[in-house]
Design a protein around this ligand. Structure first.
Ligand code: CA
Length: 716
């Protein structure tokens, strides 16, 4: 009898250094976990009695008229305008302190959970790690079905930022998910069975991945992908929702200077790149945000950073490098571009414009304006006219030193000297983590405020330019001289988009927290890295509820109702890119990262905290591996480029085994693990072809050095 492992024993297995003899058993356990559970919907929802065509029958009419059924959450941002405002108001300021747990449901994960659940007629559709799709009874949390696309664990090394997924789209009885390994799947919403699967990748050898949620517009499933840290060329694709047939594809950057150009827009874009450099690929991946205006019939897509980050390498003579770091307005029928707005011309700082876009009607200078609002990574909050793409206003929403302001007439940032790292290292704010990243904002129609999960943190960009990553830069202090820099901190900011000013903010010790939800109950909900779930007065920021969950949150909450009862739900499970530190993250330092969906209601029960992290004892002495300082430094660089993205820049994260505690048997098998894929069933990719034996040995020497430092630190 194979049992599905609980998150708890998964944690224990990965933490304590399992013995080799258990590897086969573990593989069996994990493959047991991989089996999709295809039980028919049942229980109080009565789904089983419904005809198949009635299940998850989401249409454009329903999404556009979503306010007539506020109990549902039909699309990623609830509505096509992606406001993430719930009109439900039974939970309100006066009673929110009575909020308790309605149910919780494990999603068998100890890594980052980023999904926004979709709720249709009492059924919740969400995703876990490795692109697994789960349907739950939204009233009880009972699992109705699960679909595991069985993503090859070797794909793990193709990701910058954890094995995450931000959710599904639901449309006319089908559930759509983009998988880490680049497939788009259509599942039967009634039982999770696969209806069709298409390969969205133009090249399976490149480091593409999908972590974003699809949207469905006019019967087309729209999906982009990620990989701009790895030289891929960005594009967005539209598929027929019934057949899976490709309808159109829009490349966000030209493949090379001379063509051929797949579509007209690329001819113009190519003139903004260095014609003489050997560029290819080049980034601009559309890995997260989209919004749709049915009246204007415009699909808005945010595009990502340049690849490599350094423009001095990528396009040495400069240029805007369209359409990097841009907002594109496309016709959903054919992908034709109507306008574009580039937030960061010639991006050299990983300043993606893939961040959440919100459409709203604002009264500005006495005029009703159809606007698009975005807080991209670059630190400025933009309000654009979404019919024309023209700038209305832009102001700094976090500490920003690379540009002084956005020029009103051209809409372009005016850079400071600190933006230029071609001649010397620069300490630049915001960092590649962004003033704001993918974590969803929320726009309250009641207050007119936008709630922005944001952060103050900087990054050293090296003058060498060909190094993308400069973790542990030792010249931060020197570079900070004469700058009045903020300490690293996370924030939830309430922002007035008309006046372009801060109204209130909640300061948080960790920089990497969850998204926001506002409701007609006068509330803002927000989960934090510290494992606290807050409800605040949407006008003042006063904390009205502080529920200790014990698990860090990076996802955004949603609200829905079943049988007249209002619920607020969120996925808990901290993770994402390993450049995020654990500073202030008491949840991860105390408790296992127990991945689950939590749903709350008035007068619910007390939240049960996850099991505390077991005492692990002192660091063991590492094996007697000797290496020269030069080899250790080579190992450090190879480690940062190949290993740090998952294992943390200094050998440890709470989500994966602490490499400083590698057991002697693992050290003996180090080459087999790294090059032969010995632990691939557990998600440790083979790096054959990426690393030589000498590089692997140098990495091992660096890890041994980290272990020695840990041993020395504890004996002080
Ligand atoms: Ca990036």
């Amino acid at each position: 009898m194979i049992q599905t492992p609980t998150p708890e024993n998964t944690i224990d297995d990965t933490r304590s250094g399992y013995l080799w003899i258990t590897l086969l058993a573990l593989t069996l356990l994990l493959s047991g976990c991989d089996q999709g559970v295809h039980s028919p919907p049942s229980g109080p929802m009565g789904q089983a009695a419904q005809p198949l065509s009635g299940v998850a029958d989401v249409s454009a009419e329903r999404i556009v008229a979503a306010d007539q059924e506020p109990g549902n959450w039909l699309s990623h941002g609830r509505t096509y305008d992606e406001q993430r405002f719930s009109p439900l108001n039974k939970i309100k300021r006066e009673n929110v302190s009575r909020l308790g747990l309605a149910w919780e449901s494990s999603v068998a994960s100890v890594r980052g959970l980023e999904a926004t659940p979709i709720i249709v007629d009492g059924v919740m559709y969400t995703t876990s790690t490795w692109s697994r799709v789960i349907a739950l009874d939204a009233k009880t949390g009972e699992q109705l079905w699960q679909h595991d696309p069985k993503v090859q664990r070797s794909w793990g090394k193709k990701l910058c930022c954890d094995v995450v997924n931000r959710g599904v789209a639901v449309w006319q009885g089908k559930v759509y998910v983009g998988t880490l390994d680049g497939y788009l799947l259509a599942l039967d919403a009634s039982n999770g069975e696969l209806i069709w699967r298409v390969d969205t990748l133009v090249d399976r050898d490149q480091y593409y991945s999908i972590t974003g949620a699809p949207r469905v517009v006019k019967g087309k499933v729209i999906i982009g992908n990620g990989g701009a840290e790895f030289d891929v060329r960005g594009y967005i694709s539209a598929y027929d929702s019934d057949s899976g047939e490709l309808a159109w594809r829009f490349f966000t950057v030209p493949g090379n200077a001379d063509g051929p150009f797949e579509h007209e827009e690329l001819k113009m874009a190519a003139t903004t790149w260095d014609a003489d450099s050997n560029w290819k690929g080049a980034g601009g991946t559309a890995w997260d945000s989209m919004a749709y205006d049915p009246e204007l019939d415009l699909l808005y897509v945010g595009t990502g950073n340049g690849s490599p980050w350094s423009q001095y390498v990528r396009s040495p003579s400069g240029g805007d490098n369209l359409f990097l770091a841009s907002i594109l307005a496309l016709r959903p029928d054919n992908g034709e571009m109507i306008w574009h707005y580039q937030t960061t011309p010639g991006d050299a700082w990983d300043y993606t414009a893939t961040q959440h876009m919100i459409l709203a009607e604002l009264q500005i200078d006495g005029q009703d304006r159809k606007v698009l609002m975005q807080a991209p990574k670059n630190g400025f909050f933009y309000v654009l006219d979404r019919a024309t793409g023209k700038l209305i206003s832009a102001e700094k929403y976090v500490f920003t030193n690379w540009a002084s302001h956005i020029d009103q007439s051209s809409g372009r940032p005016v850079t400071t000297g600190l933006a230029d790292y071609s001649q010397q290292d620069r300490y630049v704010f915001p960092s590649p983590a962004g003033g704001h990243n993918w974590q969803s904002m929320s726009y309250s129609r009641n207050t007119g405020l936008v709630y922005i999960p944001s952060r103050d943190v900087g990054w050293v960009f090296n003058e060498a330019g060909d190094k993308w990553f400069t973790f542990g830069a030792d010249n931060v202090a020197e570079l900070s001289v004469d700058q009045n820099l903020p300490d690293p901190a996370g924030y939830l900011k309430a922002w007035d988009p008309i006046a372009q000013r801060l109204v209130w903010q909640m300061e948080l010790p960790n920089i990497w927290n969850g998204g926001a939800l506002s409701t007609a109950g006068g509330l803002v909900f927000h989960g934090t890295a510290m494992g606290h779930f807050y409800a605040m007065n949407d006008q003042t920021g006063e904390v009205l509820l502080d529920l200790k969950i014990g698990t860090g949150m990076i996802a955004a909450p949603v609200s829905y109702s079943v049988d007249g009862e209002q619920y607020v739900a969120i996925m808990a499970g901290w993770g994402g890119p390993a450049f995020n530190t654990l500073a202030g993250n008491e949840a991860l330092l105390q408790y296992s990262n127990s991945g689950r969906v939590l749903s709350f209601k008035l007068d619910g029960s007390k939240v049960r905290l996850p099991s505390p992290i077991a005492q692990r004892g002192p660091f063991p002495e590492p094996p007697d591996i000797q290496a020269s300082p030069e080899t250790i430094e080579q190992g450090r660089l190879a480690y940062v480029m190949n290993c740090g993205g998952c294992h943390g820049m200094y050998g440890s994260t709470p989500m994966l085994p602490d490499l400083r505690r590698l057991t002697p048997d693992k050290h003996l098998l180090f080459r087999q693990i790294v090059l032969d894929g010995l632990l691939e069933p557990l998600g440790m990719s083979s790096f054959a072809g990426d690393l030589s034996e000498a590089e692997v040995d140098a990495i091992q020497a660096y890890i041994v050095e980290l272990s020695r430092e840990a041993v020395a630190a504890q004996t002080k």
